[in-house]
Design a protein around this ligand. Structure first.
Ligand code: ATP
Ligand code: MG
Length: 137
């Protein structure tokens, strides 16, 4: 069964949409296989987003991602990587389709409420960044 890493970012937790985001996943028939809340240090956020380290928004993004608690989840289901990205909507909320999480709750291209892995290989590394196999049910 396919797995992906989902993060409710600090802006999502601050807005109080943890339950709403989880409801959208469960309503779509996606199973939550692991979940926890934590706050990243900036160094830990830099490690997670290492692929973006040359991008101009890297410092701002990692500061934002370490600015408050986040909820990290492992989602499981057929085609869940693509389905999660559909439920999230486009990175920039201005481009996101109606009814997506980012259209409904994101305030900017940076503060866009959720993260989702973009491919099977990244899903594996991103899940391993936060969870041991024992923590995934
Ligand atoms: P994510 O990886 O978080 O699921 P994504 O795959 O849609 O989102 P990426 O291109 O991987 O988007 O960018 C990672 C994150 O970096 C985005 O979710 C957003 O928070 C931030 N980001 C992307 N582009 C910009 C930008 N132009 N300015 C500021 N922040 C950005
Ligand atoms: Mg991405």
């Amino acid at each position: 069964m396919e797995r992906t890493l989902s993060i409710i970012k600090p802006d999502g937790v601050r807005q109080g949409v943890i339950g709403e985001v989880i409801r959208r996943f469960e309503s779509a028939g996606i199973r939550i296989a692991a979940m926890k809340m934590l706050q990243l240090t900036q160094a830990e956020a830099e490690g997670f987003y290492a692929v973006h380290r040359e991008r101009p928004f890297f410092e701002s993004l990692t500061r934002f991602m370490s600015s408050g608690p986040i909820v990290v989840m492992v989602l499981e289901g057929d085609g869940v990587i693509a389905r999660n990205r559909e439920i999230m909507g486009a990175t920039n909320p201005k481009d996101a389709a109606p009814g997506t999480i980012r259209k409904d709750f994101a305030s900017s291209v940076e503060q866009n409420v959720v993260h989702g892995s973009d491919a099977p290989e990244t899903a594996r590394t991103e899940i391993a960044y936060f969870f041991s196999e024992m923590e995934i049910c």
